[in-house]
Design a protein around this ligand. Structure first.
Ligand code: SF4
Length: 179
């Protein structure tokens, strides 16, 4: 795809630490990842249209992804004072999510069928409408990579980028699938 180099450069300009090519054929949604969602450790299972089960079955997510060949992976990497430094973790994740949202909006203008898969559940609305009424902004809702059954560390290694940047760091990863 001829625009991919420009899009990767834009991602760095927006503020991501890393942007790299994503070969969409390396994405293999796994039922084990969805099972982690259903164990509800994050307390979001069944509470958001962009999370399981609201985001569709694993088969539906796999079918959606199979229509895409090209994409990019983006990462925000930050430093922590120690492994209990939740304040920095939240700050770095907040920054990642804000940049991801802004890049999604920018890319959707040129790629209306874009699939944007971020880190964490959709935060567009203060309170999600799930399951009582339809999603307020289906064009803006962002699922996580895990919600689609993606093992993030594996997709990173299959696309030759690190997932772990060493002791005292944390990274948040997202991807954009472009048609
Ligand atoms: S856009 Fe709003 S209603 Fe739709 S999934 Fe996100 S939080 Fe829920």
């Amino acid at each position: 795809m001829e625009n991919i180099e420009y899009i990767k450069m834009r991602a760095l300009e927006v503020g991501f630490t890393v942007s790299a090519n994503l070969d969409c054929t390396t994405i293999k949604p796994m039922k084990e990842v969805r099972e982690m969602c259903s164990s509800n450790k994050c307390n979001k299972y069944g509470k958001n249209w962009a999370c399981p089960p609201g985001c569709g079955t694993l088969e539906e997510c796999t079918r959606n992804i199979s229509n895409y060949k090209y994409g990019i992976i983006v990462q925000t990497v930050g430093e922590l004072e120690d492994s209990l430094d939740y304040e920095s973790m939240m700050k770095i994740q907040g920054k990642h999510n804000q940049m991801f949202k802004s890049m999604t909006e920018e890319l959707r203008e040129e790629y209306p069928n874009l699939i944007a898969l971020g880190a964490g559940c959709c935060l567009q609305c203060e309170e999600c409408t799930y399951p009582n009424s339809v999603c307020r902004f289906p064009q803006k809702a962002i699922s996580s990579m895990e919600a689609y059954g993606i093992l993030v560390s594996k997709v990173c290694s299959d696309n030759n980028i690190p997932y772990y940047y060493g002791a005292g760091t944390i990274s948040y990863t997202g991807c954009f699938l472009l048609d």
